[in-house]
Design a protein around this ligand. Structure first.
Ligand code: SF4
Length: 662
């Protein structure tokens, strides 16, 4: 059924056993302070290799610390301590080769304007003076011609070290996402007057000379792939162009991308690993749940018509059917999966063996991958806490199986049940409503939450297969539980919405709904819907209602939407831009002081006429059962929202940590 994905392919001199590659992702937490790979890093890649990934592409490695020094450990660096790098990489690569997989080292020419000031240990550099992306007060220093020559030479030598370390090729980071090499190619960032700036040919000199010198030093037969963005989707600094939005791209548009691709192929690049977007449109480069599946296929389709070397597509291809179709329809030669291989390292194995329903989906949240990488915290995954710590955080069979009872069938309760059952315990789960899923049931209603719905389906299937005893429509009280005499009890009783005391606001008012009632359609909403609360829940609800044809507005007492909650940068950026795109009215720094028959009354005398009001004003932990039972039972664990109402990552991680130790 997925035959195309498992056809071999070739990149330069290297044959790959299938069309599935692991996309490069930051290696925070997997790198030694000497620039090598930690044992965790080795296990991380080997785990994907032994589960049938044909090509692994590492996160980017530095090649020098003189021109653009970074704090260590942030990236691997073949040139920082060559012997150390070779020693740690060679054993990893030998193990990967034992599974018939190949591995490319992604190496960066530099970050330039997009380096985070906390990562750089000196003034950021760039082709021409330009403001740092993260800190407007910092102007990047223009690189000298000699420094660019040096970067190219250093890159070529690092490629030779990579070859000696057992890597099968390299990927050049990057003529994409607005990194330093990309900045050289883009007129917007390159106003140089030396051989690396000015004309189109000069702007292309850095990636072209880099390739030529790399082939000279590392060998003409050593494959070199380029990470390539065909289009920037940049409307202005710090402002992207949304899917479906018509706007001039001030970065790189497709016609110039095509010209660049031709030059790169003529220079001798062996393959393109293609996507779109830059930091200023980060939701393209790191697509959240609001982005459509296969989001770069329209770009790779164009690229494939232009170049003869293989084109690998990235971008929301976690649904095997979408990935297979991309190849069958000739829109890509291979697929590159990043986050789907974090959420489920066995993705390729499960597809090959016809068990796609067993794949644990990525939900596009960036909570434990990009968000942590960007802050130098260890890479992991919200739905797979063992990602990035595969060996030490793996589940082991319990030495003494016990009877485990779990109260609450939300995500935390289901994760605790899954983990305990996998470890051999006898598990019973009680849920007060008629369905497993908790708040994620309503939260996954919007169309753009399809992966949350997939996650719920996955949990329900897993619990079924594992033989967890699930009892629905059963609200357990303390005495019910004491009668069971549980050897281990998990309390996952979730959270309850908080409603502000606003004069005239009444939940029995047919115009007033909770977020659950609104999302589940339990109370019909009119045309003009005022959402009180501009956090993530309120903003997503507003987007969904706007997409459905309502005219929502958001009232938020803080000065900005989504100020609290620490939503991942690309997710927040895209959601806020979508709200503007869909003309959602927002009132920030505004308190609701009353509700009457015409609508909301805000402080300062402003009035908003509405047909419906939805309360998205937060949640509080529901842990009364735990407080009753904690003094009476020896092993009682509070997890998920009942411990602290946060998000799916917190629910899963708190459950996993405790359940793996029972
Ligand atoms: Fe996907 Fe979220 Fe896991 Fe990142 S943290 S891989 S976005 S589920």
């Amino acid at each position: 059924m997925y035959e195309a994905l498992f056809q071999p392919m070739r990149i330069g001199s290297v044959e790959l056993k299938n069309r599935i590659s692991m996309a490069p992702m930051g290696l925070s937490g997997l790198v030694t302070s000497e620039g090598g790979f930690t044992p965790r890093g080795v296990e991380y890649f080997v785990e994907r290799a032994r589960n049938d990934v044909g090509l692994l592409i590492t996160g980017c490695a530095k090649v020098e610390q003189l021109v653009e020094p970074f704090v260590m450990p942030s990236q691997p660096d073949p040139m920082f301590n060559q012997a150390h790098f070779i020693q740690t990489a060679i054993e990893m690569n030998e193990r990967i080769h034992a599974y018939g997989s190949r591995i490319f080292l992604q190496m960066t020419f530099g970050f330039g304007r997009v380096v985070h000031p906390k990562t750089a240990t000196s003034q950021p550099v760039s082709p021409s003076p330009v403001r740092n992306f993260w800190d407007d007060s910092i102007t990047c220093r223009e690189l000298t011609t000699e420094e660019v020559d040096y970067l190219i030479e250093q890159f070529a030598r690092a490629a030779l070290v990579a070859r000696e370390s057992g890597f099968d090729g390299i990927e050049v980071h990057a003529v994409h996402e607005g990194y330093l090499l990309d900045q050289f190619t883009m007129e917007l960032f390159n106003q140089r007057t030396d051989k690396y700036g000015g004309s189109f040919e000069n702007r292309m000199r850095a990636p072209v000379d880099l390739l030529k010198r790399t082939k000279e030093v590392a060998g003409a037969d050593f494959p070199v792939m380029v990470r390539f963005g065909l289009k920037s989707y940049m409307k202005a600094f710090h402002q992207g162009i949304l899917p479906g939005e018509e706007a001039v791209d001030i970065g790189r548009d497709v016609p110039e991308g095509i010209e660049i691709a031709r030059v790169l192929e003529d220079a001798g690049y062996d393959a393109f690993n293609a996507d779109g977007g830059v930091y200023d449109s980060w939701y393209w480069a790191h697509p959240p749940m609001y982005m459509h599946e296969g989001c770069y296929l329209h770009l790779t389709e164009v690229l494939k018509k232009v170049v003869k070397v293989p084109v690998i597509a990235a971008g929301k291809l976690g649904d095997p059917a979408v990935a297979e179709r991309a190849i069958v329809e000739g829109r890509a030669d291979g697929v590159s999966l990043g986050r789907p291989l974090l959420s489920d390292p066995e993705w390729a194995r499960k597809v090959r063996t016809g068990r796609v329903e067993k794949i644990r989906p990525c939900i596009g949240c960036h909570e434990a991958c990009l968000k942590r990488i960007a802050r130098c915290k260890p890479l992991s995954c919200a739905v797979n806490p063992a990602a990035g710590r595969e060996r030490e955080y793996a589940l082991e069979r319990a030495q003494v199986p016990v009877s485990v009872h779990i109260v609450g069938g939300g995500i935390a309760g289901m994760e605790a049940a899954r983990v305990c059952a996998l470890r051999g315990h006898e598990v019973s789960l009680y849920e007060g409503s008629d369905a497993l899923g908790g708040h994620v049931i309503e939260g996954s209603r919007p169309d753009f939450k399809i992966d949350d719905r997939r996650l719920l389906d996955w949990y329900r299937r897993e619990l079924d297969v594992l033989g967890v005893g699930v009892t629905l429509n059963r609200t357990m009280n303390a005495e019910d539980i004491m009668m069971l005499a549980p050897q281990a009890l998990f309390v996952a009783t979730g959270s309850k919405p908080v409603f502000p005391p606003i004069p005239g606001l009444n939940l029995d008012d047919p115009r007033v709904a909770t977020t659950r009632q609104a999302l589940m359609g339990e109370k019909p909403l009119g045309d003009r819907v005022a959402i009180i609360g501009g956090g993530l829940v309120g903003c997503e609800l507003a987007l969904w209602l706007a997409q459905k044809g309502h005219r929502p507005s958001i009232v938020e007492r803080l000065d900005e939407l989504m100020m609290l909650g620490d939503t991942a940068y690309p997710n927040k950026m895209m959601l806020l831009e979508l709200l503007v795109f869909h003309k959602v009215a927002t009132f920030t720094g505004a308190s609701v002081v009353g509700v009457d028959e015409t609508g909301l009354k805000l402080g300062g005398g402003k009035e908003i006429p509405v047909d419906s009001i939805v309360l998205a004003t937060g949640y509080r932990a529901e842990n009364s059962l735990y407080r009753e039972l904690a003094p009476r039972l020896p092993a009682v664990h509070l997890i998920g929202d009942a411990l602290n109402p946060e998000n799916i990552k917190h629910a899963i991680w708190s459950a996993y940590e405790v359940a793996r130790m029972v």
